[in-house]
Design a binder for this molecule. Sequence first.
Ligand SMILES: C[S@@+](CC[C@H](N)C(=O)[O-])C[C@H]1O[C@@H](n2cnc3c(N)ncnc32)[C@H](O)[C@@H]1O
Length: 398
Amino acid sequence: MGKSSKDKRDAYYRLAKEQGWRARSAFKLLQLDEEFDLFADVTRVVDLCAAPGSWSQVLSRVLIKGEKFGRAAWQNREAKFRQQMLGVFGPVKEAPEEHVVEVDASGDALEPRKDVKIVSIDLQPISPLPGIITLRADITHPATVPLLLHALDPDYDATSKDQKAAHPVDLVISDGAPDVTGLHDLDIYVQSQLLFAALNLALCVLKSGGKFVAKIFRGKNVDVLYAQLKLFFEEVHVAKPRSSRASSVEAFIVCLNFQPPNGFSASLEEPLGVGYRLTDMMEERRVALPIRAPTILQNPQTGAWDGCPESPRSTDVDGVMEVEFEDLRAPEKDDVRWIAPFIACGDLSAFDSDASYRLPPGHVSLDPVQPPTAPPYKRALELRKLAGGAYGKTGSKS
Ligand SMILES: C[S@@+](CC[C@H](N)C(=O)[O-])C[C@H]1O[C@@H](n2cnc3c(N)ncnc32)[C@H](O)[C@@H]1O
């Protein structure tokens, strides 16, 4: 597919290049933020599976440079306009000559912040980004934990057994995806392993009240995963940004308000997703759930008790009717399966990622901002080229 044709068929691919993002994924994070206000009160962030780095760019531009996008930018402009209309604004202050004020695309002055810490990790190298620490590591490998803890806090003693961040982070995001094989069940399984790896790292570094956002592939048993995440976070949502193709199984889990169970300590010696630790925790949760009484109503016409196999025993004490039911029950095993709310996010007027759009007149197709420097498919392309193209050499020897 030519560049122009890809520009036409994928509005987000074109926009990403025009707006200087390294990948179209930037819009997914921006649309998730628009729905969940992910960046509110956030100064310390870990970006997992971050190459080529468009999510890290979003973090750098929003948290460090102070740029605003989407609804936040619109609200900012509206507030400014209102203030101007009310005449609250005094005469426009001239900036001192030696002090250059950086402005964003809409001309608003930026307020860069120095107290922000962002660490980004990927198997692939990530080209440098302003204000971001980048690590080349495998998030599924236990040795990555001390690496990350050291990047977050240079005083961290990498030989110590302690796998908890001294200064934990507010937000962990993971856009991790394996190289898909097209075998759905296998792809979903490998994706879920990446998700557990991201979760294990998040549990080591998140502060209480922190947030965790990660890519998932929605497979058959995804509701079990939601229930597992619900062990650690007060809120768990599944979100599908407009920029994520409706035709793909991709979605994002957005987990808010990290509240680990009492006594829980994260350890990569005993990671979640391997063995029975999570299963045991789910069972503990099930047993701890309150005993539930079924809702039983008395039919005013017949006097019968609906939903009750036998009439309940009742006693009238001082005019108060007390009802006892034999049918009190503990929750069933399946009660811990829990359906997370599904939210489509991104403005409805935003581009539909499955639609083709006419290109604006005079459109010039741009090169990608930052192609992957060492993608795993690079070697395969080289070998294919050596073999004479997609189908090998076609010349006949006879
Ligand atoms: C969809 S891309 C991420 C795009 C990125 N969020 C951005 O905005 O540019 C998925 C990334 O996951 C990375 N990845 C896959 N498995 C990984 C692993 N085990 N450890 C670290 N990164 C991994 C890949 O190298 C790839 O760069």
